[in-house]
Design a protein around this ligand. Structure first.
Ligand SMILES: [Zn+2]
Length: 173
């Protein structure tokens, strides 16, 4: 396994729409293993493949609270089947937008479907952090970031901040 560099806003790859996975090859298993390692190292509760520059519809998640009882999940071609009318507000962050947190309102509960690493189809219901996380990560596969749900003023402010930081880094400062 290997820890891979995480793309940071405003990297244009973060706006790509990821392609479905057609077949679970050894390369896909390796990618999933690397994503989990990268996610735990960050540390984060979710990661989409595009965040390490791979435009494939794969996400990893682990919303367990304790490091001793890890519950790693690999979701291939995930999709939301149903979302509740009731909403929930959660303070979200993103490994591609480090140290920035804002409240986002999303459906409180969702049902989702995905293919697991054995090629099986899994359907699950989620609420709480897992519901927020799976919606946030599936958004990544469609080139959507959580800052897209904020007011234009807030979004422009954070994009400008990260653009300046990227320029400074490119200048070697
Ligand atoms: Zn994210």
């Amino acid at each position: 396994m290997a820890i891979r560099p995480i793309l940071i806003l405003p990297d244009p790859q973060l706006r790509l729409r990821s392609e479905p996975v057609r077949e679970i090859t050894p390369e896909i298993r390796q990618l999933a293993a690397d994503m989990l390692e990268t996610m735990y190292d960050a540390p984060g509760v979710g990661l989409a493949a595009i965040q390490i520059g791979v435009p494939k519809r794969i996400i990893t998640m682990d919303v367990s609270k304790s490091e001793d009882e890890r519950q790693p999940l690999v979701l291939i071609n995930p999709e939301i089947l149903w979302a509740s009318e009731e909403k929930r507000t959660y303070e979200e962050g993103c490994l591609s937008i480090p140290e920035y947190y804002e409240e986002v309102e999303r459906p409180d509960r969702v049902r989702f479907r995905y293919t697991d690493l054995d090629g099986g189809t899994v359907e699950r219901d989620a609420d709480g952090l897992m519901a927020t996380c799976v919606q946030h990560e599936i958004d990544h596969l469609n080139g959507v970031l959580f800052i897209d749900y904020l007011s234009k003023l807030k979004r422009d402010r954070v994009v400008t901040k990260f653009r300046k930081a990227a320029k400074r880094e490119a200048a070697g400062g």
